[in-house]
Design a protein around this ligand. Structure first.
Ligand SMILES: [Ca+2]
Length: 403
C-alpha cells in the first residue's frame, strides 16, 4: 500500500514537469494540480492509517486470546489457606487439584484433615484443621511406637509430608529430601513419605519383612505375630520358647511343649488295658507292670508306651525324617516296625533305617495350624514268637505360619 502511494507521487510529478518542459503552464494550473496531489496523498494516508489500526486491533485480540489459555496468571486459584495456630502449612501451589499439608509444632497434635485439596469449586476440601495441645502421657504413648530406624520427632501423622530442601543453581532449582522421603509429584517444595512396604511388595524381589510391614513417616518396621520376637536383622521372626523361658501356664502335672508361635500344655496319662497295668516311669514314658505268670493277654500288651511331642513349621519340605526308633538291646532274632491305626494316614510313613532302627517320615507338606498324631510300634520277635511290643505315640504340632 505504501509502495503504490509512492508510485502515484512519482507518476504525477513526472506528468507535471513533463508538461512544464513542453510549454508554459499557468501558475493557477500548477497550484490546482498540487492541491489535487495533496488531496490524493491525504486520502491515501488516512486509508493507510485506518488499515494499520485495524491490523493492530486484530493482533491485540489474538494476543489476548492466547494469553487466556497459556498464562498462569489467569489460572483460577483457591484462596490462600490459613496455617493453624501452633503449626504450619506446607505447599505453595493453590491451583485446582493441588494440595496443601498441615503440620503441628512439637507437643501439639493435628485435629482435622492433614491434607486439603483445591477443588474445582475453588474451595478447599475438608475443614480448617487446628493444632491441639497433647498432654505428656498421651504424647509418650504415641511416640513410643517401635520404629526400626526412624528418629522422627514429629508426633502427628502429618509427619508423612515435610518441606524439601531446595538449592538455586543458575537457572534451575534442585530440591532434595531426607532419607525415607521423596519429592512430591505435585509440589517440588514438598517431600512425601516413601511407603517402603508398598514399594517392596510391588517389586516382589526379597520380601522386606517376613511377616508384616508397617510404614511409618520416613521409615518402616516389621511386625511379627504373637508368640514371636523380631530377629536381629529386624526383618525376620523368631519363636519364643515359652517352656525354656518359663513363660508358660502349664501345671506341674503337665508337660510344656514349645511350638512355633506358641506352646502347649500336654497331659501324659498311661493307657488302661484290661489285662495289664502301667506305671509312669518318667514324664514321657509308661511301663507295664510285671504280668502274672501265664497271663497271655498281659504279655501281649505293650511293654512300654512312650510319648513324643514335636513341632514343625507350616508347609515344611518333605519327605522329612521326624524321628528314629531303635532298640537298645535285642533279645530275639528280629525286629518289626509298623504304624498303628489310621491316625495320620497319608502324612506319615515308616521305613527301616538299620537292623535295629526304624524312621518315621513326614511324606507330604502340611498346611498349619494342625495337629497330627501317629503311633509307631516296634515288635521284638524270636522265631515268630512275640517277645515284646514297644509303642511310641507321636504328636506333631504344625504352626500357622511357615516360620
Ligand atoms: Ca513358642
Amino acid at each position: 500500500m505504501y509502495n503504490s502511494g509512492l508510485f502515484l507521487i512519482i507518476f504525477i510529478t513526472c506528468q507535471m514537469f513533463g508538461a512544464q518542459s513542453q510549454e508554459c503552464v499557468s501558475r493557477q494550473e500548477v497550484q490546482s494540480a498540487l492541491r489535487h496531489v495533496h488531496k490524493l496523498l491525504s486520502a491515501h494516508e488516512s486509508s493507510f492509517l485506518q488499515s494499520v489500526r485495524s491490523l493492530r486491533k486484530k493482533l491485540n485480540l489474538l494476543h489476548n486470546t492466547s494469553n487466556i489459555s497459556t498464562s498462569e496468571n489467569n489460572t483460577p486459584l483457591c484462596q490462600h489457606p490459613n496455617p493453624p495456630a501452633n503449626g504450619r502449612m506446607l505447599g505453595q501451589v493453590f491451583k485446582v487439584g493441588h494440595e496443601v499439608h498441615f503440620l503441628c509444632n512439637h507437643g501439639f497434635q493435628l485435629s482435622g484433615p492433614e491434607t486439603r485439596e483445591c477443588l474445582d469449586s475453588l474451595r478447599w476440601s475438608g475443614d480448617e484443621p487446628t493444632c491441639q495441645k497433647v498432654d505428656a502421657e498421651t504424647h509418650n504413648s504415641t511416640s513410643s511406637k517401635p520404629t526400626s530406624s526412624s528418629s522422627s520427632s514429629t508426633p502427628s501423622s502429618s509427619a508423612h509430608v515435610r518441606p524439601s530442601r531446595c538449592v538455586e543453581l543458575q537457572d534451575s532449582t534442585h530440591c532434595t529430601c531426607e532419607q525415607g522421603y521423596s519429592i512430591s509429584s505435585q509440589d517440588r517444595s514438598l517431600c512425601t513419605d516413601v511407603d517402603e512396604c508398598e514399594l517392596y511388595r510391588m517389586t516382589q524381589s526379597g520380601r522386606l519383612c517376613l511377616h508384616k510391614c508397617i510404614n511409618t513417616a520416613g521409615s518402616y518396621y516389621c511386625q511379627c505375630p504373637s508368640g514371636y520376637t523380631i530377629s536381629k536383622d529386624n526383618r525376620g521372626c523368631q519363636d519364643i520358647d515359652e517352656c525354656k523361658l518359663d513363660a508358660h501356664n502349664c501345671t506341674k502335672e503337665q508337660v510344656c511343649v514349645n511350638t512355633f508361635g506358641g506352646h502347649r500344655c500336654m497331659v501324659v496319662e498311661c493307657p488302661r488295658y484290661r489285662n495289664a497295668s502301667y506305671i509312669k516311669t518318667s514324664a514321657l514314658q509308661c511301663e507295664r507292670n510285671p504280668c502274672v505268670q501265664g497271663n497271655k493277654a498281659c504279655l501281649q500288651a505293650p511293654v512300654s508306651i512312650s510319648f513324643h511331642f514335636m513341632s514343625v513349621m507350616s508347609n515344611i519340605s518333605t519327605p522329612r525324617v521326624l524321628f528314629r526308633v531303635s532298640a537298645s538291646r535285642i533279645l530275639g532274632n528280629s525286629l518289626r516296625f509298623g504304624l498303628l491305626g489310621n491316625r495320620g494316614t497319608g502324612h506319615f510313613t515308616l521305613q527301616r533305617s538299620s537292623r535295629q532302627s526304624g524312621e518315621l517320615l513326614l511324606v507330604e507338606p502340611v498346611q498349619g495350624p494342625a495337629t497330627l498324631e501317629a503311633e509307631v510300634e516296634m515288635s521284638e520277635l524270636d522265631r515268630r514268637t512275640l517277645l515284646g511290643r514297644y509303642i511310641t505315640k507321636v504328636t506333631l504340632f504344625v504352626s500357622q505360619y511357615s516360620f
